[in-house]
Design a protein around this ligand. Structure first.
Ligand code: UDP
Length: 329
């Protein structure tokens, strides 16, 4: 039996694939390579195709004995989602519906799903708990919440068990340096800081008058390997028949944008200039997860999520791969 990883050529998906392979699991990756990179898939079988392609999907599910699914395939840029909602509903929501159709037809009853802190919107309390209100402030978060709700109903009606992992700020790279974060265009803070350092440019800091300790936004950064651990533990939870659940996944520690830049200066031993520009629309001042539930239920513990390790692993990947950055898939 194989584990199907949709979006397994993407940033987080490729780290989960590597960890599954390290655990001797059989892995089938499905990716349309719209944003993924085929060389990020370090093993298993890679099928290039799209969840929305019915014939392709019928073949994938007929020809493979799939035990369960870890589902990453989605578009994930907040800004883009506010310009092109159709793309996000069509790929994220309809794509997931196509996957659920095959799961029902082939009696596959386990799925681990990549959700997001963006399902909460502007939090009412910090740290954010799983039962806090969900009021997304952008289309991306709305589509992920819609997907979660679809899983709820497919669970009740068809008995498909799901674990939804609401990620906070995924960061860092596998310690091998072979895989890491490569988005095009890149919007995330840590790779942008590292690219600024490489190019001797300044990092654009979006606002410095937020109501926080130094005026810049506070986020909860979680190392991608710690995130991968959570996916494997979630899949085991489903294998043990423990049922469906929703977990936050963060380090429960907040860093300001300035603190992240300061940490990068130390790790790289290099000055990085800052250019304060206007705020980015829709950025909440503080997002920090309560990760108590996942610690308790899955016995998950972050191992790599201190800022130094996050930045040094991201740097270890970036310094070897930046020449390919922004250029090729
Ligand atoms: N940010 C920034 N400059 C950048 C990218 C991000 O100042 O080039 C800030 C952004 O406003 C937010 C934090 O860094 O406060 C983290 O942003 P990122 O896009 O990495 O993740 P998000 O929290 O939006 O998911």
């Amino acid at each position: 039996m194989t584990i199907l990883v949709t979006g397994g050529a993407g940033y987080i998906g490729s780290h989960v694939v590597k960890q599954l392979l390290d655990n001797n699991e059989e892995v089938l990756v499905l990716d349309n390579l719209e944003t993924g990179h085929k060389e990020a898939v370090l093993g298993g079988k890679l099928l290039i195709g799209d969840l929305r392609d019915n014939e392709f999907m019928i073949n994938v599910f007929r020809k493979n004995e799939i035990e369960g699914i870890i589902h990453f395939a989605a578009n994930s840029l907040v800004g883009e989602s506010m310009k092109n909602p159709y793309k996000y509903y069509e790929n994220n929501v309809y794509g997931t519906l196509c996957l659920l159709k095959q799961m029902v037809e082939h009696n596959i009853d386990k799925i681990v799903f990549s959700s997001t802190a963006a399902t909460y919107g502007n939090p009412e309390e910090i740290p954010i708990k799983e039962d806090n209100p969900t009021n997304p402030t952008n289309v991306y978060g709305e589509t992920k919440l819609t997907m979660e709700r679809m899983f709820k109903w497919f669970n009740r009606i068809h008995g498909i068990d799901y674990i939804s992992l609401r990620y906070f700020n995924a960061a860092g790279a596998d310690k091998s340096g072979m895989i890491g974060e490569r988005h095009d265009p890149e919007t995330h803070l840590i790779p942008n800081i590292l690219m600024a350092a490489i190019k001797n440019e300044s990092i654009k800091m979006f606002g410095d008058d937020y109501p926080t300790r130094d005026g810049t936004c506070i986020r909860d950064y979680i190392h991608v390997t710690d995130l991968s651990d959570a996916h494997l533990l979630s899949f085991d939870y489903l294998r043990q028949g423990k049922g469906s659940n929703i977990f936050n996944i963060g380090s429960q520690q907040g860093y300001t944008v300035k603190e992240v830049i300061e940490a990068a200066k130390v790790v790289l031993d290099k000055n990085i200039r800052i250019d304060v520009v206007s705020k980015r629309a829709g950025d909440p001042a503080i997002l920090i997860a309560s990760s108590e539930k996942i610690k308790k239920e899955l016995e998950w513990k972050p191992r790599y999520s201190d800022m130094r390790t996050i930045i040094s692993t991201a740097w270890n990947f970036m310094k070897n791969h930046h020449h390919r950055y922004n250029n090729e898939r």
